[in-house]
Design a protein around this ligand. Structure first.
Ligand code: PGA
Length: 254
């Protein structure tokens, strides 16, 4: 099986001012100097992306946006296009985060259009999926996740091939910002399902290579157990990515 380099990604959401953003990324860069074998990524709000890019300097911290629109340009007030993200130093873009889906009514169909636009522009999509507590308790977790995968990755399904650099993030909605983390076993069960889905759709090379991140109340304390699971290749971290101490604590999970 191919080696998958773990990724620890910080989703800053609508947090941190300009100075705080610069200071945080500099502290992370300082802290990760001695750490190898982990890809570290931060996703600031759009407006702070250029400042964070310049604060990253020569460090190899990767930069992502938290969302984007699928069109190249035009009359789409308030939206940001893929090329704009690239020009400002992003290599990745988070798509379909549950907050985008639930608060801003984004659907898997919309996510799919953005996935296609990201790939065509040369950005790596981090595609988020996750079930609500109601869906889990009703025994519908795998149906919901399967439908989200089918819908959000329809572009790849139509091509019968998926970009090996694409990333999937499993974020149970009930674990985001709640302090309730999925147990390592619960997360592993879902990650295994996602990997089997990838294998079924795109074959063994894809399922062996594509990274599947877990997100939902990841902290330095629970990261080692989550990361020890065979199908968990990294973490998408919200709250605990907002201070250098906790984010570095997760990055240094080994
Ligand atoms: P959390 O958020 O770590 O604060 O739960 C994770 C996310 O929404 O990506």
């Amino acid at each position: 099986m191919p080696e998958r380099t773990p990724m620890i990604a910080g989703n800053w959401k609508m947090n941190l001012g300009l100075k705080e953003s610069r200071d945080l990324v500099k502290s992370i860069a300082e802290g990760i100097k001695a750490m190898g074998d982990v890809d570290v990524l931060v996703a600031p709000p759009f407006i702070n992306i250029p400042a964070v890019k310049s604060a990253i300097g020569k460090s190899n911290i990767l930069l992502a946006a938290q969302n984007m629109y699928h069109e190249k340009s035009g009359a789409y007030t308030g939206e940001v296009a893929p090329q704009m993200l690239l020009e400002n130093g992003c290599t990745h873009v988070i798509l379909g985060h549950s907050e985008r889906r639930s608060i801003f009514s984004e659907t898997s169909e919309m996510v799919n259009k953005r996935v296609e636009a990201a790939i065509k522009a040369g950005l790596i999509p981090i595609v988020c999926i996750g079930e609500t507590i109601k869906e889990r308790e009703a025994g519908k977790t795998f149906d919901i996740l399967g439908a989200q995968l089918e819908g959000s990755l329809a572009y790849f399904i139509a091509k019968e091939s998926i970009s090996l650099s694409a990333i999937i993030a499993y974020e149970p909605v009930w674990a985001i910002g709640t302090g309730l983390t999925a147990t390592p076993e619960q997360a592993q069960e879902v990650h295994k399902f996602i990997r089997a889905w990838l294998k079924d759709r795109f074959g063994g090379e894809s399922s062996g290579t594509i990274r599947i991140l877990y997100g939902g109340s990841v902290k330095p304390e629970n990261a080692p157990d989550l990361m020890s699971m065979p199908d968990i290749d990294g973490a998408l971290v919200g709250g605990a990515s907002l201070t250098a101490a906790s984010f570095l604590g997760i990055i240094n999970y080994k």
